[in-house]
Write a protein that binds this ligand. Structure first.
Ligand code: TXA
Ligand code: MG
Length: 344
C-alpha cells in the first residue's frame, strides 16, 4: 500500500505515477470536494470490475464517470440538449453529476450497469482535477467505502475499509463538502434530482426556471428506480440508529431525552452538548450550520459506532435547501428509523 500525501502540495513525480497507474488499470483512491472516490480507468472493463469487487458493490448500481473537462464529456456522451449544456456550463466543475445519453462504446456497459446513460462529473477539487488531467482518461469513481458503510471523507476511514485490497491512496485531507454530489437527469425536458447534494433544487430552479425532485429522494426506494444506488442500504453504522427532528427545538430535545440511556451516543449540535446524560456526545456543528454538519457527519457516524453504544441518536436538520441532501443520507443511515415530531 502506498499513501501519497498531497495535503499541502502536489508532488509532480508522484502525480505522473498516479496517472500512469490509472491508465494501466490499477485502482487509485483520490480526494474530491464531496467525498473520496475509488478511481479506475472507465474505458476498461477489467479495471472497473476491480472497483465492484473492492467495494462489494451490486452490479446493477452504475458508477459516475469523472472527467477533466467538457470536451471529454462530448467524447463519451451525445445528444446533449440546451438545458443540459446550461447545467454543465454552470455547475461543472463542481459537486454535480449529470446523467447524459451514452455515446458509442468508449465506456463499457459495466460502468453504466447496462443503462444507455452515464453519470458524468467534473470535480472542482484541485488534486482530483490534476489527477484527471494527468491520467487523461475518463475515471469511474464511486464513493470510497465498502458498500452500505458511511462514505469516506478522511483517508484514515478509507484505509480502514479497504486496507491492502487497494494499492494507491492519495491523501488530500478532510473532504470539503462531506456528502456526495447532486445527481441530476433532464427527463422530458425537466431537470430532475435523483440524489440531492450541495447543488440544491433552488440552485437549479434559479438557473433553468423549473426543477423536480425524484420521489425516491424522500421515500424508501424499491424495485425499478431511476438512480439504482438509492435502493440499497447506505451510509450505515452497524449500531442501531435513530434520527430525530422537530422544527421546535424543545420538542426535539425532549424526544431525545426520552429515547436516550447511559449507553446511548448522540450526534448533535454544539449548543446541546451538556444537555444529555449519555455515553458520549459528538457535537458536529453549531445550530443551523449545514456546511459544517455535512462535512463532519460521515466520519462522526463511524466514530460513534466504535463506542459500541446501544443506540446512536442523530439530531436532524430542516428538510429544505441543502438540508434535503443531509436528511436524505441520514434517513438511509438510520435505516428509516426516523421520528419527525410534528407528524405524530
Ligand atoms: O460525489 C460523488 O458523486 C462521489 C465522488 C467520488 O465523486 N461519487 C459517488 O459515487 O457518490 P457513488 O457510486 O457512490 O454514487 C453514484 C450514484 C448512485 O446513486 C448511482 O445510482 C447514480 O449515481 N448513478 C450513476 N450513474 C447513473 C445513471 N446512468 N443513471 C442514474 N443514476 C446513476
Ligand atoms: Mg456511494
Amino acid at each position: 500500500m502506498k499513501i501519497f500525501d498531497f495535503k499541502d502540495n502536489i508532488n509532480k513525480k508522484d502525480l505522473k505515477l498516479i496517472g500512469s497507474k490509472l491508465r494501466n488499470n490499477e485502482l487509485v483512491v483520490f480526494p474530491t470536494e464531496t467525498v473520496y472516490g475509488v478511481g479506475a480507468n472507465a474505458t476498461n472493463h477489467e479495471a472497473v470490475l476491480k472497483i465492484f469487487e473492492a467495494k462489494r458493490r451490486q452490479s446493477d448500481n452504475p458508477l459516475i464517470v469523472h472527467v477533466k473537462d467538457h470536451d471529454m464529456i462530448d467524447l463519451i456522451c451525445e445528444e446533449i440538449s440546451e438545458i443540459e449544456r446550461k447545467l454543465m456550463d454552470y455547475f461543472m466543475p463542481g459537486p454535480f453529476t449529470l446523467v447524459l445519453k451514452k455515446k458509442g462504446n468508449i465506456i463499457p456497459n459495466i460502468v453504466s450497469a447496462n443503462l444507455d446513460t452515464i453519470g458524468v462529473r467534473i470535480p472542482s477539487n484541485k488534486i482530483a482535477i490534476e489527477i484527471l488531467r494527468e491520467a487523461n482518461i475518463p475515471v469511474a469513481a464511486p464513493s470510497a467505502n465498502i458498500s452500505s458503510r458511511p462514505s469516506g471523507t478522511v483517508i484514515e476511514d478509507v484505509i480502514e475499509d479497504f486496507g491492502d485490497s487497494i494499492s494507491y491512496f492519495v491523501d488530500g485531507g478532510c473532504s470539503n463538502i462531506g456528502i456526495e454530489s447532486t445527481v441530476c437527469q433532464v427527463i422530458e425536458g425537466i431537470p430532475t434530482i435523483l440524489r440531492p447534494g450541495k447543488i440544491t433544487d433552488e440552485d437549479i430552479k434559479n438557473l433553468i426556471g423549473f426543477v423536480k425532485i425524484d420521489n425516491h429522494v424522500f421515500t424508501k426506494a424499491e424495485g425499478v428506480v431511476k438512480s439504482p444506488g438509492m435502493k440499497y442500504k447506505h451510509y450505515a453504522p452497524s449500531s442501531k440508529c435513530l434520527l430525530i427532528y422537530s422544527q421546535d427545538l424543545n420538542l426535539m430535545i425532549n424526544e431525545i431525552k426520552m429515547n436516550c440511556s447511559k449507553k446511548t451516543v448522540i450526534i448533535g449540535f454544539n449548543e446541546h452538548k451538556e444537555l444529555f446524560d449519555c455515553l458520549n456526545f459528538y457535537n458536529i456543528s453549531p445550530l443551523n450550520d449545514l456546511e459544517q454538519y455535512s462535512k463532519n457527519i460521515f466520519a462522526t457516524l463511524r466514530k460513534a459506532d466504535l463506542d459500541n453504544p446501544d443506540l446512536i441518536i442523530i439530531e436532524g436538520v430542516a428538510n429544505k435547501g441543502f438540508g434535503i441532501a443531509i436528511m436524505n443520507r441520514l434517513i438511509r443511515a438510520v435505516d428509516y428509523n426516523y421520528i419527525d415530531i410534528k407528524k405524530q
